[in-house]
Design a protein around this ligand. Structure first.
Ligand code: TXA
Ligand code: MG
Length: 344
């Protein structure tokens, strides 16, 4: 399949091209598009075959459900069977934006989208291109991140093209994604609200709206073979570059000391360091993850892809800042490192 790649300026959207992209979705095709979090791979959420094609294009396990994107809370009516008060409160506070809410699904949403579950994940994105694509296609859009399954999520179109060229109908290149990590996921379908995946909206922010919210235990630990986490995506290898990643966590001076000795031990390999701020490591490639967890979140996935591009075998990622955005960065780092975390 030849993939149509088109640049669109998010601040001056070309309506004609967007209508063509919307028609592809409405007609059962697959279009990758930017959101404020990461690029999504979209299909008509009411179309069972189109949704199944997302799984094929990504090589995604069939039991990992998709997120359905709509432009406003009114449009969730066809997607969910009821909107709980907790969901309304969350959407009022944080939408449009990087938040996904799990509710009971409507009959119109095929089980292909929810991977057989009775619940569905719904997000109201703020990115102008994502919103325009939903409007032009005239249907809710089911979209996971637009990477091959297991790889870091794409934050620029170049990442999408690397993974998806020839596998999907079209890519809308709308530049970089401002958040850089996937949305925060909250399940309000049960008795107590549960944070299933940390993201741009922090746990502290959620707690202000839903004081009884709890954190799912699988966020910072590896999932055992026989475990069934509430968020099926948690049990898969995730965000993994080809390089072997190690997270070195603790006070900055100790972390620096430990990484220096690890670099010494691994001299025979092509080494990389993901450092907080500029640093003087003697590695083959040192990338600056910024000076805050917000910057780290924004640069993490593109850095992991850059290490691969430059043929790095082993990466040491610093993790030293404790703030309310730490949980989201730690969750992605731990998963990309498949649990290889060294605390100093
Ligand atoms: O920011 C985002 O959320 C991006 C953009 C494109 O919107 N999308 C995204 O999708 O990250 P994906 O497929 O990479 O992650 C969706 C996660 C998976 O871990 C999946 O298991 C979980 O959402 N999920 C979806 N439906 C669910 C449900 N009904 N119950 C529990 N978890 C669900
Ligand atoms: Mg994903």
């Amino acid at each position: 399949m030849k993939t149509w790649i088109e640049k669109i300026d998010p601040y001056n959207i070309d309506e004609t091209i967007m209508q063509k992209m919307g028609n592809i979705i409405a007609g059962g095709g697959l279009v990758s598009f930017p959101t404020e979090t990461v690029y999504g791979l979209g299909a008509n959420a009411f179309d069972e075959i189109a949704s199944l094609n997302i799984f094929k294009a990504k090589g995604r396990p069939a039991d990992n459900p998709l997120i359905v994107h709509v432009t406003c809370i009114e449009d969730t009516k066809d997607v969910v069977s009821e909107i709980p008060e907790a969901a309304k409160a969350l959407y009022d506070a944080f939408s449009p934006g990087p938040l996904t809410v799990i509710m009971k699904k409507s009959k119109k949403i095929p089980y292909a989208v929810t991977a057989g579950l009775e619940t569905v994940a719904v997000r109201i994105p703020s990115h102008p291109i994502a919103r325009e694509l939903i409007k032009k296609s005239g249907v809710p859009i089911a979209a996971p991140s637009s990477n091959l399954s297991g790889r870091p999520s794409p934050t620029i179109a170049e990442h999408v093209i690397k993974d998806m060229d020839g596998r999907i109908d079209a890519v809308i290149d709308g530049g970089g994604c401002s958040v850089g990590l996937e949305s925060t996921i909250v399940d309000v379908s049960g008795e107590k609200p549960v944070l299933l995946r940390p993201g741009g909206i922090t746990f502290e922010q959620l707690k202000e709206v839903l004081p009884d919210i709890v954190i799912d235990e699988h966020i910072l630990k590896s999932v055992g073979k026989d475990e069934h986490p509430k968020c099926p995506g948690m049990k898969y290898k995730h965000y993994a570059p080809d390089a072997e990643v190690y997270v070195i966590e603790g006070n900055k001076d100790k972390v620096t000391e430990k990484i220096n000795s690890l670099l010494e031990e691994n001299k025979d390999k092509r080494t990389g360091v993901l450092s907080l701020g500029k640093s003087l490591y003697k590695a083959d490639l040192v990338l600056d993850a910024g000076c805050s967890n917000i910057e780290y979140a924004n640069r993490l996935f593109s850095s992991l892809r850059e290490f691969d591009k430059q043929g790095i075998d082993i990466v040491f990622a610093e993790f030293c800042i404790e703030d309310e955005h730490a949980l989201a960065v730690q969750n992605r780092l731990y998963k990309s490192a498949a649990g290889r975390v060294i605390r100093v």
